[in-house]
Ligand binder design. Structure first.
Ligand SMILES: Cc1cc2nc3c(=O)[nH]c(=O)nc-3n(C[C@H](O)[C@H](O)[C@H](O)COP(=O)(O)O)c2cc1C
Length: 284
């Protein structure tokens, strides 16, 4: 190859590289606009952008050129949350960059502080109602119900979520489709009415956090019931996100009831942590 051809070929490769990098960065910025500029899984370097650089960091970790040791970057790098940082995570990050998968927000410092005195609910018959796709919220609901001797009601979609449905790193999964298409989030529940509803003064409502908000199967219950005169206490489980605005959004959807701020628990919250919180509320 003569030198002129070599220069042209090199220029072509450099140009293509720059185009790819530019496209990646444009995609990154627009996908973050959706999440209000907060840190998301995949943002390994914590610069509030998911970029090819983040995937590169993961790959360097995989081939042991660099090690991700700190807890938060490691959590953010393990984008599929399978407790290992591997090439699959790098691939998932690239898929997020090109918007095949929506970014999942990560929020640090989720508050597990007990609520203020003014936040405490009224005393009376208590119901714990919850949706749980993989059992974590169900566990917490059980701890709450045991602590206060409450009745429990599990919200079950008529069309339950399989493991494949819940795979938020698969762009073709049911949850990703529902996330991307809010009209598809109306999930029909097997039951939304509660026997002897009027006898409950306090209702705990539990759900997992999905993309920073309450998993939408609870919406059907919230919109179907009248919470007038009831104290409503949201609680949720998540890998790392806080309760955020999830309770406020449900309160808006309900339009009735005295909604307290609620509490977020980590996915494998202990009975002691949950019951300590319940003990701080005036619920029997
Ligand atoms: C579709 C989907 C989206 C999720 N989004 C988030 C999220 O935004 N933030 C977070 O910390 N965890 C997220 N998670 C993790 C769950 O909130 C967490 O595992 C929860 O404890 C599951 O509760 P469950 O077992 O009751 O379904 C998500 C999980 C799924 C399946």
């Amino acid at each position: 190859m003569n030198s002129w051809k070599l220069i042209r070929k090199t220029a072509f490769i450099v140009t293509m590289f720059l185009v790819i990098v530019t496209v990646f960065r444009i995609n990154t910025l627009s996908s973050f606009a959706q999440q209000g500029d907060i840190i998301c899984y995949g943002d390994v370097d914590g610069n509030r952008k998911i970029q090819a650089d983040d995937a590169l960091l993961v790959l360097k970790h995989v081939v042991k050129l660099e090690t991700i040791q700190e807890e938060i970057p490691a959590l953010l790098a393990d984008i599929d949350q399978n407790s290992s940082i591997d090439a699959e995570d790098a691939l998932q990050i690239l898929k997020t960059v090109v918007k095949l998968i929506p970014p999942v927000p990560y929020r640090q410092g989720a508050s597990e502080e007990p609520p203020a005195e003014s936040e405490k609910p009224a005393e009376g018959k208590t119901l714990v109602v919850y949706f749980s796709a993989t059992g974590n919220t169900k566990e917490v609901a059980g701890y709450i119900a045991d602590a206060v001797g409450a009745d429990q009601m599990e919200l079950t979609p008529v069309n339950p979520y399989s493991a494949a449905d819940l795979s938020w790193t698969d762009p073709d999964s049911r949850v990703v489709y529902e996330h991307d298409n809010p009209d598809a989030r109306e999930v029909t529940l097997a039951e939304t009415s509660v026997p002897d509803w009027d006898s409950y003064d306090t209702v705990f409502i539990g759900y997992p956090i999905w993309w920073g908000i309450a998993a939408w199967p609870v919406n059907g219950f919230v919109s179907a019931n009248d919470f007038t005169g009831k104290t409503v206490i949201p609680f949720c489980t998540s890998s790392s996100s806080g309760i955020g605005e999830s309770g406020i959004l449900l309160e808006e959807l309900a339009g009735t009831g005295n909604w307290l701020e609620g509490m977020r628990f980590r996915s494998n919250a202990s009975k002691e942590v949950v019951q300590e919180w319940v003990g701080s509320l005036a619920v029997r």
